[in-house]
Design a binder for this molecule. Structure first.
Ligand SMILES: C[S@@+](CC[C@H](N)C(=O)[O-])C[C@H]1O[C@@H](n2cnc3c(N)ncnc32)[C@H](O)[C@@H]1O
Length: 208
């Protein structure tokens, strides 16, 4: 998600009560008294994770978004201040191993991740070998990876990548727009594609 530079974004994020400025200091302690720890990577404007956090006060949600302008736009939404079980990290997934211990996460959600279609950009894809071994380590036993995209090629690529890890696929849909939705929320991108009646692909894997 690209957004015009917002000169106020940096200061706004530094002062925002939901923004975690030093994620390292929470390493091993994120879950607190909650049942599950759920991380969304590439949260965009945050609608998805805000809605899930509202629906599940028993779990703790962490939004990770690398773009400061996008993060600031998300945190401008007033309802975020009432979500006691949600925090926001404005940073890139490249550093994730510094913030979580192995097995600390119950779920990782990847929604409409940037597809980076050119072969020489493959290593930037969130489901590539750059990121996946680290994500896999941070998931606990029976941890879940939930993935949604409008991009058929990225979906196919991701299905193949996931076979490299001890993961079993427990959900698969190439027509998710028309499937019944269980324990899910819409992202901003998803709403846009739904309005255009474009296909949405979804899969969920569980650690074996
Ligand atoms: C296409 S947008 C999708 C946003 C949102 N998930 C949705 O579905 O509406 C992808 C988002 O992922 C963020 N992103 C891409 N690579 C990232 C990374 N390595 N770490 C954190 N965020 C990343 C981008 O800045 C962008 O906001």
């Amino acid at each position: 998600m690209r957004m015009r530079n917002k000169p106020w974004a940096q200061d706004f994020l530094i002062q925002h009560p939901k923004a975690v400025l030093d994620p390292k200091s929470y390493k091993g302690h994120w879950k607190d008294h909650h049942q599950k720890l759920i991380l969304e990577i590439g949260s965009g404007k945050g609608q998805y994770i805000f809605d899930l956090a509202k629906a599940h006060p028993e779990h703790r949600f962490i939004a990770l978004e690398k773009d400061k302008n996008v993060s600031a736009t998300a945190l401008k939404k007033p309802d975020v201040l009432h979500l006691d079980n949600l925090v926001w990290i404005n940073n890139g997934a490249e550093l994730i191993h510094e913030w979580f211990t192995e097995g600390e996460l119950d779920e990782i959600h990847l929604n409409f991740s940037d597809p980076w279609p050119k072969k020489h950009h493959e290593k930037r894809r969130l489901t590539s070998k750059t990121f996946m071994p680290g994500f896999f380590k941070l998931l606990n036993q029976e941890g879940l990876i939930k993935f949604k995209t409008d991009n058929q090629k990225l979906f196919e690529y991701t299905i193949l990548q996931m076979q490299e890890y001890a993961l079993e696929m427990i959900f698969f849909s190439v027509n998710y727009i028309h499937d019944p939705k269980e324990d899910d929320a819409y992202t901003e991108y998803e709403m846009k594609f739904n309005a255009l009646n474009q296909p949405i692909y979804r899969a969920i894997w569980r650690k074996k």
